[in-house]
Design a binder for this molecule. Structure first.
Ligand SMILES: O=c1nc[nH]c2c1ncn2[C@H]1C[C@H](O)[C@@H](COP(=O)(O)OP(=O)(O)OP(=O)(O)O)O1
Ligand SMILES: [Mg+2]
Length: 183
């Protein structure tokens, strides 16, 4: 089976491909721009994206929207994670966190699969914001996020290790469990 993943982010594709590889499902990246609305939740962003894309794409496809929610910043950058990453970046986040003791944060991933109907799957991983950047792997905020129960940042992990703990790994698992029952 093949799954079309509409995203501009090669890191997401790498993680999804690694997840599905042993399950004999091939992940194929399609690069199509779609509007990411300013909404209160990742779910709304995904649902709007699907409504936009479904007119253009003939086969079933999925998209994913994710974000980092920092508790002491009231959930910032949250749904704006992509914009904040491109503007103030990791150094900007570390600067905002200077002197803040409560470093709790979570990553959330929302996958939307369209096969004529919309199916939503999500995953959350709690952790904390590191005091400095560590590691070369992964992408995005990985060098500054330490998942609960670990001393390593996501960027210090292999793709398999990150998938076993991450928000995206959990959302992909929920997606796969649904596919098994429904395909
Ligand atoms: O596991 C992750 N580890 C580190 N950083 C992450 C992760 N997951 C999302 N992020 C960051 C990347 C981006 O700055 C923002 C999500 O934005 P988001 O719009 O979903 O992704 P994107 O624009 O990179 O790719 P896409 O073309 O699929 O929209 O949070
Ligand atoms: Mg995006």
């Amino acid at each position: 089976m093949k799954l079309f993943f509409i995203t501009s982010n090669p890191g997401k594709v790498r993680e999804a491909a690694k997840f599905f590889e042993p399950l004999k499902i091939e992940v194929i990246q399609l690069k199509r721009e779609y509007p990411e609305i300013q909404a209160d939740s990742l779910e709304e962003v995904v649902k709007f994206g699907i409504e936009w894309l479904k007119k253009e794409i003939d086969s079933p496809f999925f998209i994913e929207d994710s974000g980092l929610f920092i508790e002491s910043l009231n959930g910032f950058p949250g749904v704006y994670s992509s914009y904040v990453y491109k503007t103030i970046g990791l150094d900007g986040i570390l600067k905002l966190m200077e002197g803040i003791e409560d470093r709790k944060a979570y990553f959330k991933s929302v996958i939307g699969y369209y096969d004529g109907d919309v199916h939503i799957f999500s995953g959350v991983t709690w952790g904390r914001i590191a005091n400095e950047k560590r590691g070369e792997g992964g992408f995005g905020y990985d060098p500054i996020f330490i998942p609960e129960g670990s001393e390593k940042t996501f960027a210090e992990m292999t793709t398999e290790e990150k998938n076993s703990l991450s928000h995206r790994g959990k959302a992909l698992k929920a997606f796969f469990d649904w596919l098994k029952e429904n395909i």
